[in-house]
Write a protein that binds this ligand. Structure first.
Ligand code: FAD
Length: 441
């Protein structure tokens, strides 16, 4: 029987989409087409008061809530069957104060609006931690968060930063959507316009040699240079040369803040005999959205994450076995560097508790064809399972499916404090469609 949302449309100012609305299917679609959820309603809230009204309506009517920003979450945690989706896409205003080097970003913005990357939501990415090409230089996204406006489970609206509601501010920085709906983020900005960036790709038979060199070399680099190791297939499109299209390769995608080539980057590029060296000066937003066209919404995704501190020779052998077995050309494995500035923050300074990891690994099975769903899932699982003995016991919450059994591991030693803060701010677990932290009651 359909869940009633009578009175919702008059409780909020924004548009409300219900199953009978003609664009219901478009409206409920998520980035990951593997997930198919049918909410009772989607409320396109217009401002923080509207978000508060939607939260109150749902709690008063016993409707479960999901909060959607970019809808990119792998596990589809921006939506819910038979519940209310609070869609934040109208809260997408970005204001920059260049003098103060600060930006205020609406809680429903996508990253292309702030010049970081593509269609992923600022909301989910930031609340999970936020890893990017310049993480070694400037830290995680949360390390640049200085304040937020939050709608709490009781519908009240609070400002939080290091001084105001400090426990909430601590928990927001990595704890996901567990504590409230963030309607606005305030970020510290860095004056970077152009980067020297691009992939350096190698034959698959060089994978073990490349990874052995990379694991020793990466941690020695100055913060302004970073590179993620990857197994991938060469995209079948320019600027990649046609003879390499769809060829399985390994490589490192390098990024250096600033245009003048450093000795470190020069040394990175001189390793071995690459098939392709695609490093070039690029505006940072262009580099960040370089792969958007290859990964449009609507593909099937299955991914897992692991935090990694060391890559012993035995782990290199595991990578060399599983990486080349990518089941489809869009499937990929990345080891994102999270040392440098991000690694100098203490494990207990924010909710993100793996500052001693050097890499956040992601094992992403991707394909447009639902017939390949099992193949991409099996590869992602077997590869990440095989790496687990060499990982830290948890993975990045944003590189996960809906995996309730792994949530404790995602937060490690910070889990118990998060559970206490959850009990303080959301004792009834109103915000539970996320990597859910149960309130410590
Ligand atoms: C193509 C692609 C590229 C990616 N690249 C990166 C990357 O470079 N770095 C990285 O760190 N991650 C990356 N990710 C992972 C990404 O961070 C997660 O998928 C994240 O969950 C997406 O956030 P979203 O807002 O789009 O998702 P949604 O599905 O809208 O939301 C995800 C979760 O966050 C909660 N949430 C979202 N916004 C808010 C808010 N304002 N207030 C409260 N709760 C909120 C939701 O309730 C839900 O639980 C990428 C993902 C994809 C698919």
């Amino acid at each position: 029987m359909a869940v009633s949302v009578e009175g919702l449309a008059s409780a909020v100012k924004g548009r409300v989409v219900e199953p009978s609305t003609p664009d219901y299917d478009d409206s409920r679609a998520l980035y990951n087409a593997m997930i198919d959820k049918r909410p009772a309603a989607i409320a396109y809230c217009l401002d923080e008061a509207d978000v508060a009204a939607a939260v109150r309506y749902a709690t008063e009517h016993g409707l479960p809530i999901a909060v959607r920003c970019g809808g990119h979450n792998g596990g589809g945690l921006g939506s819910i069957d038979d519940g209310l989706v609070i869609d934040l896409s109208k809260l997408n205003e970005v204001t920059v104060d260049p003098g103060a080097r600060m930006a205020r970003v609406g809680g429903g913005s996508t990253l292309n609006k702030v010049g970081i990357s593509g269609t992923t939501g600022v909301g989910g990415l930031t609340l999970g931690g936020g890893v990017g090409h310049l993480t070694r230089a400037f830290g995680l996204t949360i390390d640049n968060l200085v304040g937020a406006t939050v709608v709490l489970a009781d519908g009240s609206i609070v400002q939080t930063d290091a001084e105001r509601e400090p426990d909430l501010f601590w928990a927001l920085r990595g704890g996901g959507g567990n504590f409230g709906v963030v309607t606005s983020f305030s970020f510290r900005c860095h004056p970077v316009t152009t980067v020297l960036a691009g992939p350096v790709l190698y034959n698959l038979d060089q994978a073990a040699e490349l990874l052995t060199w990379y694991r020793d070399f990466l941690p020695t680099l100055p913060d302004e240079v970073s590179g993620f190791f990857a197994f991938l297939s060469v995209p079948p499109a320019p600027p990649f040369p046609e003879e390499l299209h769809l060829r399985k390769v390994c490589g490192v995608a390098w990024t250096q803040a600033g245009e003048e080539e450093s000795d470190a980057l020069r040394e990175a590029r001189s390793f071995g005999t690459p098939l392709l060296d695609g490093i070039a000066p690029l505006p940072l937003p262009m580099w960040n959205s370089a792969f958007d066209a290859l990964y449009p919404p609507g593909d099937q995704w299955y991914w897992r994450g692991e935090f990694i501190r060391e890559i012993p020779d035995e782990a290199i052998a595991v990578h060399a076995e599983h990486g080349p077995a990518m089941p489809t050309w869009k499937s990929t494995m990345h080891l994102y560097a999270i040392d440098g500035a991000a690694g100098r923050v203490g494990n207990d300074e924010t909710a993100w508790s793996y500052r001693d990891a050097v890499w956040a690994g992601v094992f992403a099975g991707v394909d447009p064809d639902p017939a390949n769903a099992n193949a991409i899932r099996d590869w992602s699982r077997s590869y990440s399972d095989a790496i687990k003995p060499y990982a830290l016991g948890g993975g990045y919450s944003n590189f996960a499916m809906d995996e309730p059994d792994r949530v404790r591991g995602m937060y490690g030693a910070n889990y118990d404090r998060l559970a206490r803060i959850k009990a303080q701010y959301d004792p009834d677990n109103v915000f539970r469609v996320n990597q859910n932290i149960a309130p410590a009651l």
